[in-house]
Design a protein. Structure first.
Length: 270
């Protein structure tokens, strides 16, 4: 840890770090922001290999003691900064006193999907909260990977990173240019591709048939438009969640969570 405390929120280094809130800058520098004690803790525990620098305010909170220890154990550079500097670095309105800079990564689809049995594919998902929540649900359900396809939001967007509460660092996350690329990749790994769509067959029928027992990759479409006919044609089948009450529809992240868990239940009850 350096002895100097960063105190100038207008310095070039602080401006460079804060610029990582923008996709163009993240791609240019190959870096992204991780904000908050929970996310930084998970980063240091699970992906210290991509952690470049951790910046924290000077204090004695429990999380600071733990993050200091984790950074030291991992050999990660740790620097102190004033609250004003942390605020200038952060994308959040009320930062929590810690920001990390990490290197983004490009995973190999063949390596990430080898032996996979449950995968989530996000196609044209634009809302960072939805994307992060689906990634978190996939992690909780024991999924082996999450694929961001087409014009989906950048998984390293600060709001996506925050909403995953660390799940971004637990499982492989891939970015593929098109949905066709994603479907081909999961098929090559031995998974069936199921489109989550209101025009599909009931998920209970699919489960009764044993369709969810084997390796499955779920394709989730845009929050407003869903999946197009061409998108659905790429999948092996379309499956829907039934609405038993008066609700017009389910939120994307909620529906994705249910389908991922329904598949996890089926695979584990064989």
């Amino acid at each position: 840890m350096t002895e100097e405390i960063l105190s100038n929120p207008k310095s070039e280094r602080v401006r460079r770090i804060s610029s990582l809130a923008r996709k163009k800058e993240r791609q240019s520098h190959g870096r992204f922001l991780v904000e908050g004690p929970q996310a930084v803790r998970e980063l240091l525990v699970h992906r210290p290999d991509v952690t470049e620098t951790v910046y924290t305010t000077l204090g004695t909170e429990t999380w600071q003691i733990e993050i200091d220890r984790l950074a030291s154990d991992a050999g990660v550079r740790l620097e102190r900064a004033t609250p004003e500097v942390i605020s200038a670095m952060s994308e959040t309105v009320n930062p929590q006193g810690v920001v990390a800079v990490a290197r983004s990564w490009d995973g190999s689809a063949s390596e990430a999907l080898a032996g996979a049995r449950l995968v989530a594919i996000l196609h044209e998902i634009r809302d960072p909260g939805n994307a992060g929540t689906v990634l978190r649900a996939a992690d909780a359900a024991g999924a082996d990977a999450v694929i961001f396809a087409g014009e989906s939001i950048d998984p390293f967007h600060p709001k996506v990173v925050r909403s995953t509460t660390g799940s971004l660092f637990h499982i492989p996350v891939l970015v593929l240019a098109t949905l066709d690329d994603a479907v081909q990749a999961v098929r090559a790994a031995g998974l069936s591709a199921f489109a989550a769509d209101v025009r599909g067959s009931d998920v209970l029928e699919a489960r009764a048939e044993g369709a969810l027992d084997g390796p499955v990759a779920w394709v989730f479409g845009n929050e407003a438009r869903g999946l197009s006919e061409a998108d659905r044609a790429l999948a092996d089948r379309s499956v829907r969640l039934p609405i038993y009450g008066a609700a017009e529809s389910l939120n994307l992240a909620t529906a994705a969570s249910v389908l991922l868990y329904e598949t996890a239940f089926a695979q584990r009850s064989r």
